[in-house]
Every structure is written in C-alpha cells, then in structure tokens.
Design a binder for this molecule. Sequence first.
Ligand code: NDP
Length: 476
Amino acid sequence: ATAQIGVTGLAVMGRNLARNLARHGFTVAVHNRSPERTRSLIAEHGGEGAFVPSESMADFVASLERPRAVIVMVKAGGPTDAVIDELMPLLEAGDIVVDCGNAHFADTRRREEALRGHGLHFVGTGVSGGEEGALHGPSIMPGGSDESYRKLGPIFERIAAQVEGTPCCRHIGPDGSGHFVKMVHNGIEYADMQLIAEAYDLLRAGLSASPAEIAEIFREWNTGELESFLIEITADVLAHTDAATGRPFVDVVLDQAEQKGTGRWTVQSALDLGIPITAIAEATFARSLSGHADQRAAARRAFTEAGGTFPGVDRETFVEDVRRALLASKIVAYAQGFDHIRAGSREYDWGIDLGGTATIWRGGCIIRARFLDRIRQAYDAEPELPTLLVAPWFADRVGAGVPAWRRVVADAARAGVPTPAFASSLAWFDGLRAERLPAALIQGLRDNFGAHTYHRVDRAGTFHTLWAGDRSEVEA
Ligand code: NDP
C-alpha cells in the first residue's frame, strides 16, 4: 500500500481533483467504475505526479495506506450509496470515506451515522469552483469528525485555493455541516446572480444601453466594493458577440434559466428552520418563472400594455443608484444566508464558525469576492452579531444606499421591469427595521377565527378575546 489518498469516480470533477492532489506531491490511488476513464487519466496526465491506478475496487482499496482516505466523486444520490456499499466490506475501522459530490446534507447525516456504526469516518465535503477549481484550487468545506480532519486537513488545505496565504478550506463541523454550508453557498450564488441579472435589466431598460455598454459599467463596478468573480464574468458575457449572427451573445440565448436543485434545497431547509432567506427564494422562483414558457406567452397575449418608462434621470445618477441598490440587496442576501447557516448550526449542534466560513469563500468558489473579508471581520469582531446587516461596514453601505434603493425599486415597478430580488430585499430590510409590524393584526385574526391567543404589549400573559360572545378578554 503506497497511496496517501484515493479518488473513485473520475469524471471531470474527480479527474481534476486527482490531478490537483498529484501535482501537490501526494501519491493518489485512482479508480472508476468504467476502467476507460482510469486509463485515459493515466494516458493523458500520468506524468503530472504519482498515480496508482486500479481497475477493481478491491485493488484500489488495497493500494491505500492506513488509515485509508477514499474520496468518492460520483453522481450524487443512488450512485453515491452504491459506491459506499461496495467500499464498506473492503474497509477497516478508522478508515475515512470522503463524499465530495453534491449530496443533500440530510443524506450525509444518514450516511455518517451508518458508517460510524461500523467504526468508519464519513466526511461529507462541499467542493465549489467547478472543474477549473477542482484542478487549480477549489473552496473545500469538509464536515466530519475531528479525527478525520487530522488526516484530511493537511491534504485538503494544500490543494485548496489560497488567499493571502490562507487556504480556502477549514473543518466546518460534524456530519452534514460541510454539505449544508455548500448548499447555502449555492443558494447565495443564486441570489447573487439574480441580483446581477436584475441590475443588468434595469440598466438596459433605464438607459437604453447595449450589452457592450453595460459590460463597461460592470467592469467599472468590479474595481470597487462589488469586486467579485461573478461581476467580472458578467462583463465578459455581456461583451461577447455571437459569431453566427453578429448579435450580442446575451440576446441569442433563450431566456429560461435552469437549475440543478441546490437553490431549492436551500429554500426548503430555510422554511424548515424558519429563516426568511427572501433573496435566495426569489432568485430560485425567478428561475422557475423564466422556465414557464407557455404561461409567459399567454400572459404576454393577455396584457399588451407597454408598461411605463423610466423617469429621465441622468445616466451617471442612474448607474450609481443601481450600483447602490445592488450592493444593499447583496448585503441582504448574504445576511440572510449567514442567518441560515447559524440556524442550521444551532439546530444540528454543529458549532459552525461564521467568520471562518466567510474566509474559505474568498477564493476558489463561484461567489469569491473581496466583500467576504468584511463578513469575516464582522463576525470576528462580534460572534453573536444579531444580523450581518447591523455590522458597521454593512450598516454604513445599506444606510447610505437606502434612498437610491427605493428610487430604483419604485422606478422599476412604474416601468414594469421585474426586480423580485431587489424589491424583496428592500421589503425584508423595511420589515426588520419597522417600529410596528402588521403581525399584530395577523395575531388578532388568528385569535378571532381559531382562538389561537395573543400576547399584549403592556402586560405579560397569554390572552384570548371572546369574539363570538361579549368580546371581553380572558387570560388563556
Ligand atoms: P457526474 O456527476 O457526471 O458523475 C459521473 C461519475 O459518476 C462517473 O465517474 C461515473 O462512472 C460515476 N457513476 C455514476 N453512477 C455510478 C454508479 N452507480 N456506480 C459507480 N459510479 C457511478 O460527474 P462530475 O464529475 O460532473 O461530478 C461528480 C460529483 O461532483 C457530483 O456529485 C456533482 O454533483 C459534484 N460536483 C460537480 C461540480 C461540477 O462543476 N461539475 C461542482 C461541484 C460538485 P462511469 O464513468 O462508470 O459512468
């Protein structure tokens, strides 16, 4: 046995992760259900480092040093269970199975418990950055026992993206925590992309600007507080011309956004935990809405009113208004995402360090941004921060952006440009800061039709009004 770590599942992700490990000097056992993938990896990249290829699972396991560390990088769901079932009888107590696929955290909790029963460590690990990240340095979010991290940490921290000398990898917590954090990362990615798309749409409608002109605006934004990978590639995509037609690329792409499900999982989990992640939810629903082509066509036929126009503001003011509204809405989306992680951590007793989580998203992953340093600083300064929104740097940006934010959302509504994520982020903000909410009326209605009781502002206790009787109040 000579390999320090193994990878089974050598499609794009597993192959690149194995190459990344080998390039960093680790001896890597490699295996795939269909041996052609293993052979082509060795034929094309065998010279990049020390690989130990095997065509059977038994040989693969036998080639690993003990305690064995096996990375499973196969299609999430049934295939992951099938591979684990195949591995189990070949492993021994103390060995570590690492699932780097996009598993649902509930599946990871189930698998971790099952393998723990056999004395094995199961490490559900979120990996972000796509195939390029897997090869050149992803953001890695491992969840599992402290003991497993003692073996995996030094390996993963070497192959992860590095930002200012800090690896974009850290032990998130036990069992499903790594996949949970990866899930919320993807949810935030949905919100980030939807907000960018709304900003683009507003600039296009409000300025009658071409995609190429808007690309320049995003390029400019990428030199300031909004600097991020997604803003950078937005400029790239908007500036691109379709070779076949000579038209802007963005105009020849069908406007129906697809999804693989992590946004939906994030929203489902937030509903279970009672955390209003409105920006992520709106972003997920906006993708769904875009896909309902028949309903969209029917609605276009039924409502032919052209919509209003944007007030004739000067270009510079409008661009700056949209930038401020985008930044404020983005802060809301991240504040909600971190609330969600905190709630998950409390519910499942994971002890997740929120500032540390922000640290490992600074590089490697899709939402990588300068901004994330501010999140780390905010939670480092005040770990019990009630919400990111009130941390000084964020509160300053949101506070200063409020008038612009309101103008943009109001103008968009008047002009008939849909901005679900901008608008719901503003509504969330106004809801949080309101002196009084109409939730008092909701409580009154619940008591009226269902005797669900209410609390009073002026005295302790639980009360009910005899709505069908003399309308006197009784203590419940
Ligand atoms: P795929 O999700 O396309 O999965 C293909 C791999 O799974 C192949 O190695 C295939 O083996 C194997 N496989 C499928 N079914 C079985 C089975 N029943 N038993 C054994 N092996 C099986 O590969 P990707 O590389 O795209 O992704 C791998 C994992 O990484 C997935 O969970 C994905 O969600 C996750 N991920 C992907 C990212 C991406 O950008 N693509 C980013 C982050 C995570 P065979 O060759 O024999 O068919």
